[in-house]
Ligand binder design. Structure first.
Ligand code: ADP
Ligand code: ZN
Length: 622
């Protein structure tokens, strides 16, 4: 099992007294703070409370880890997931920090060691689950030692508006009462204002300063396509990505298993993941994912929080999420290492209709349903967007960007927008004249003038709309109908047989020519081919086939197995690539590489130099 770091509980060699910039360099091996990190750190070190909003991969952890190391006393970090805590602790120990995690999977002896370390003031950072923190007299123990700060990670868990509500988080407000003089810092990657207000109120942190970083992630390439054939579209997307790690999200448990089985049959390393699996199966899946091997995880949204594997290269949605917030959180799991990552959203008329239908059946209070409806419609609009998707997405979080992002499908290939009023009228009149009970396939066949058995049987070949759209492809009509559903002009009878119906107040103005409709033409977009190796190198990207990188990676894998920690807590791919490219000859040169701090230099420096210099020897002797 990963996470224990295979070590004794480390001793605090207390970095306190050092300034944050020194700690950034010496402990973490980075030269510069990222957007907002330094101001947050200063604010907390001066004793202020803070709410930090940063996108996934933005660098939230350093905002509390650096004050934790710089200030005297113990920093308590509340975190919702054991895997997440274990990874953070393993990574911190690699960096020479005295960190430990207290949660339900420890045995009594391990927990006792940690209690002793707290009592002896030998720890810098203690990760703890909310349940554990508030039970078993832990607060009383903490009250007897000096605390540097309290951090509440994944703070959106406190909010009912969020999609990851954890009732225990509500009780964390007590921290302010128990430790009024200890600065508190809450952190989340959920940006919407409602959740933010909820966090401040529920944690009783209204006086906290709010730090909101930009949520624009330039390494996320966003693409959305109408569903035509999921299986084929997924297959095409996965082509050329065999060695990578990615996540494929599905709307149902059964679909994750079906899809995973299909990919496995094609020889891909794949696991299914959903909440209905046996705990042991789930743990095994999570372990494989964290082992750093190339893996496709086909999952429901149950696979989510706590994913901090940095090298997830793609996220695919086979079904549409129900809000832009959920969508951004899910695609945000790709590319935490800052390198390019690709996302693909497949969306169809049935997704929209089903989501609206379930919402209408929900027993949630009306206010809440209204918010859910607004979010769903924002998601639909995003999927159908004819303008920059990143801009549309960020607008949902109140952030504006001036121009197109340059890294979404719309920016890459602006879609053709046309006046679709007449086409819409043809569809609507076909729906009306066939008595609003037929599905899209039948209507398309009819518009195209196909004499199918059903069309003849119902006499639909005698209607004036028969063959009214013969000049256009089935794909075209499919796109028109989907957009009419998306805009709420047509409605799908989910409980019946998927028949299309007019939504009177929107449909009649179109039929009467009072409303004009601009539609986007569905292009059959082939997923962009993977950049060639040369293009990737020119792009500053990473070449996974570089032999030096491969040697460093296999060294890392052995090292990670030996220590029982995930490979990425030893070094990220980005760091290995930099080493491979830079070829340091001395420890001092190696220390220049991003992500190589003093502790890692001491632990691994000699081994890495040996790999690099052996290679020189090999090259010279040939
Ligand atoms: P978050 O918790 O916001 O999702 P993390 O704290 O895990 O993000 O940071 C994401 C990645 O960025 C990590 O690999 C981290 O080491 C790296 N990182 C954070 N701050 C810096 C920095 N100032 N310079 C370089 N890399 C950084
Ligand atoms: Zn764009």
């Amino acid at each position: 099992m990963y996470g224990d770091a295979g070590n004794e509980l480390p001793k605090s060699d207390s970095a306190s007294g050092r300034d944050p910039a020194q700690i950034l360099r010496q402990v973490f091996g980075y030269t510069q703070f990222r957007d907002l990190q330094d101001v947050v750190i200063q604010h907390v070190m001066a004793g202020g409370d803070a709410l930090v909003l940063m996108p996934t991969g933005g660098g939230k952890s350093l905002c509390y880890q650096i004050p934790a190391l710089a200030l005297p006393g113990l920093a308590v970090v509340v975190s919702p997931l054991i895997a997440l805590m274990d990874d953070q602790v393993a990574a911190l120990r690699q960096q020479g920090c005295a960190a430990a995690a207290l949660h339900s999977e420890l045995d009594d002896g391990e927990a006792r060691d940690i209690f002793r370390a707290i009592h002896d003031e030998a720890l810098d950072i203690l990760y703890v689950s909310p349940e554990r923190l508030l039970s078993g007299g832990l607060l009383d123990r903490l009250a007897r030692v000096k605390l540097a700060l309290v951090a509440i990670d994944e703070a959106h868990c406190v909010s009912q508006w969020g999609h990851e509500f954890r009732p225990e988080y509500r009780n964390l407000a007590i921290l302010g009462e128990r430790f009024p003089d200890v600065p508190r810092i809450a952190l989340t990657a959920t940006a919407d204002p409602r959740t933010r207000d909820d966090i401040l109120r529920s944690l009783n942190m209204q006086m906290a300063r709010v730090f909101a970083a930009s949520f624009h992630r330039r390494n996320l390439h966003i693409q959305a396509s109408p569903k035509i054939s999921e299986t084929q579209q997924l297959r095409e997307f996965l082509q050329g990505r065999e060695g990578q790690c990615g996540i494929v999200y599905c709307g149902s448990r059964a679909k994750t298993e079906r899809t995973a089985a299909r990919l496995a049959a094609r020889g891909l390393p794949v696991v299914a993941f959903h909440a209905g699996l046996e705990p042991a199966v789930k743990r095994a899946a999570a372990r494989r994912f964290r082992s750093g091997e190339p893996l496709v995880v086909v999952a429901t949204i149950a696979f989510g929080m706590g994913i901090d594997r940095p090298d997830v290269r793609y996220v695919v949605h086979l079904d549409m999420p129900d809000s832009p917030e959920a969508y951004y959180q899910q695609i945000g799991r790709a590319g935490r290492d800052g390198e390019r990552a690709d996302t693909l959203l497949l969306h169809g008329m049935d997704d929209i209709a089903r989501a609206r239908h379930f919402l209408s059946l929900s027993t949630a209070p009306e206010v809440q349903k209204r918010v859910m409806r607004l979010r769903l419609e924002a998601m639909v609009a995003l999927a159908e967007s004819a303008t920059c998707r990143t801009r549309a997405l960020l607008a949902c979080f109140g952030e504006e960007i001036a121009d197109g992002c340059g890294h979404c499908d719309v920016c890459a290939t602006p879609p053709d927008v046309f006046d679709g009023t007449e086409d819409a009228q043809k569809v609507l009149s076909a729906v009306y004249r066939t008595r609003q009970i037929f599905g899209a396939l039948h209507l398309i066949a009819m518009l195209r003038g196909e004499k199918t058995e059903a069309i003849i049987r119902h006499g639909h070949d005698l209607l004036p709309t028969f063959a009214a759209g013969a000049g256009q492809s089935a794909l075209h009509w499919r796109g028109v109908i989907r957009q009419l559903v998306a805009r709420g002009v047509l409605d799908v009878d989910i409980e019946g047989h998927g028949g299309l119906r007019l939504v009177d107040e929107r449909a009649w103005p179109v039929l009467r020519g009072e409303t004009r409709l601009m539609l986007r033409r569905d292009a059959v977009v082939k997923p962009r081919p993977q950049a060639t190796k040369a293009a990737r190198a020119a792009d500053g990207g990473m070449d996974a086939d570089d032999p030096r990188f491969i040697r460093l990676r296999s060294w890392r894998l052995e090292e990670s197995k030996r220590q029982g920690v995930p490979p990425y807590v030893i070094f990220h791919d980005v760091t290995l690539h930099e080493i491979a490219g830079f070829r340091p000859q001395t420890l001092a040169e190696l220390a220049q590489v991003r992500g190589v701090g003093a502790s890692k230099l001491e632990r691994y420096g000699a081994a890495i130099l040996k790999i690099i210099t052996n290679e020189n020897y090999l090259q010279n002797s040939t």
